[in-house]
Design a protein around this ligand. Structure first.
Ligand SMILES: [Zn+2]
Length: 463
């Protein structure tokens, strides 16, 4: 007799971070995604909670993509005793290594600062995990090819399908003793500017779908990035500098691609462009090293072929870039101005009205980026209040997530159609809006997943 197959939502239920799902069949346990919670403090505190099952009892982990909210909890599982294989695509493996080490080093730095600064509430602050845990997690990564069935455990196979969200990203269809469940992972837009577009996976009886933009659509303008181009033109004309805040992975590449196009089309003048950020540059290396991931007709030159491009790797190169006073464009992270080298550039450019600050993505509540677009007159950076006199622009054309209609389309194309669809990775309003739309437009039963909830996937066994 086969054991019942169950699924439990251990993260990204009712929120967009902390993706973790547990599949159980008898004594076999597979975790899909191992993401950290990010954002609000009460969410981040969940990272400190003990994992609900013994980590040593997890047999394997499957990863959809290398964003921290999908992979950076992996070293914490290792710290708690997990030592099984971790399956992911080659792109996710290469980017995941960068992301996990970055998280571990950042934790180490913050803990040391807290200890020496004495501002921690804990008498002896300790990191969630150590650099060695991240290194051990990296050693567990095993790469898989897209569209290939992989036996991850006896009786459990999985197949990765392109999701077009970031390099290496995938949806994963898992078959447990013949019970099929599809995890969408994060889904990109119908068209990614530089990566191969997403493919349609085979449908499944049970489907988990992200709902980040479940209540929003993306507009497609007639002329791409014209507000950005116009703002850059007037800034350079008045002798100012442009600072573009961009998420380290994928958004930096997207911004560079847009700038390259604008320069080639003569829509912005040729000025020095500087990419400043260690993680951004490491990720850019991966994008350059994996041309097989790029969409047809796109060349590495299409996003690194700017006439005057400087990659500021070292701290010294970064400081040199900060001291410049000439008209220039700086692309730096973090994307929501929560840390990183972009803050040093902001300190420099924010007080002068001739400069321009561009936000290239969604700005979470409580972030400096959100404050800027809401018209803050000063920002606190490195302990000091800095006046905001520079022009501020949010370019909403960059998005790594499918809009509501694109999500509906992804679901509509699944064959077979699901018996139940679980909506995850969305704020409650976004998930609720998508739930209503799916019932109405596709007649599919959609359920907004609840944190900690467990559902039965196999048929009930008759007594
Ligand atoms: Zn993501």
């Amino acid at each position: 007799m086969t054991s019942p197959v169950t699924l439990q939502f251990l993260g990204a239920a009712g929120t967009v971070t902390g993706s973790k799902y547990l599949l159980e069949a008898g004594d076999r346990r597979v975790v899909v995604d191992a993401g950290m919670y990010q954002g609000a403090k009460e969410l981040r505190e969940r990272n400190r909670e003990k994992f609900p099952i013994d980590a040593a009892a997890i047999d394997a982990v499957l990863i959809t993509h290398a964003h921290a909210d999908h992979i950076s909890y992996l070293p914490a599982l290792v710290d708690q005793g997990f030592s099984g294989p971790v399956f992911c695509t080659a792109g996710t493996s290469r980017l995941g290594e960068i992301v996990m080490l970055d998280a571990a080093h950042l934790m180490k730095l913050t803990t040391e600062q807290a200890r020496h600064g004495g501002w921690s509430k804990h008498p002896n602050p300790r990191s969630l995990y150590q650099v060695e845990d991240a290194e051990r997690a990296i050693d567990l990564l095993r790469t898989v090819d897209y569209e290939t069935d992989v036996e991850v455990l006896p009786g459990i196979t999985a197949r990765w399908t392109r999701a077009g969200h970031i390099l290496g990203s995938a949806s994963i269809r898992v078959s447990v003793d013949g019970v099929d469940v599809l995890f969408s992972g994060d889904l990109g837009r119908d068209d990614h500017p530089i990566l191969k577009p997403r493919d349609t996976p085979r449908g499944a009886r049970w489907v988990l779908c992200e709902s980040t933009y479940g209540d929003r659509e993306h507009e497609t303008p007639e002329v791409a990035h014209e507000p950005l181009a116009a703002a850059i033109r007037r800034t350079i004309a008045r002798g100012g500098a442009v600072v573009i805040a961009a998420f380290a992975i994928d958004r930096t590449e997207g911004v560079l691609h847009a700038l390259t196009q604008l320069e080639r089309e003569g829509r912005i003048p040729q000025v020095p462009v500087i990419v400043d950020g260690p993680m951004s540059l490491k990720a850019l290396e991966v994008y350059r090293a994996m041309p097989e991931e790029l969409r047809d007709g796109i060349d590495v030159d299409d996003f690194t072929g700017l006439k005057d491009l400087t990659l500021a790797r070292s701290g010294q190169e970064s400081r040199k870039a900060q001291r410049r006073t000439d008209p220039r464009i700086v692309v730096s992270s973090s994307g929501m101005l929560e840390g990183g080298r972009v803050l040093n550039h902001l300190q420099q450019v924010l007080p002068d009205p001739k400069n321009l600050v561009v936000l290239s993505g969604y700005q979470g509540e409580g972030t400096r980026g959100r404050a800027l677009i809401e018209g803050a007159r000063h920002l606190k950076i490195n302990g000091r209040h800095v006046p905001v006199r520079a022009e501020v622009l949010q370019d909403t054309e960059f998005s790594g997530h499918a809009g509501a209609s694109e999500l509906v389309r992804w679901i509509a194309e699944l064959d077979p159609q699901p018996e139940a669809l679980f909506l995850v990775h969305g704020e409650p309003e976004a998930a609720a809006a998508l739930e209503a739309r799916l019932e109405k437009e596709l007649g599919v039963m959609a359920v907004v997943a609840k944190h900690g909830e467990k559902v039965l996937l196999s048929d009930p066994v008759e007594e």
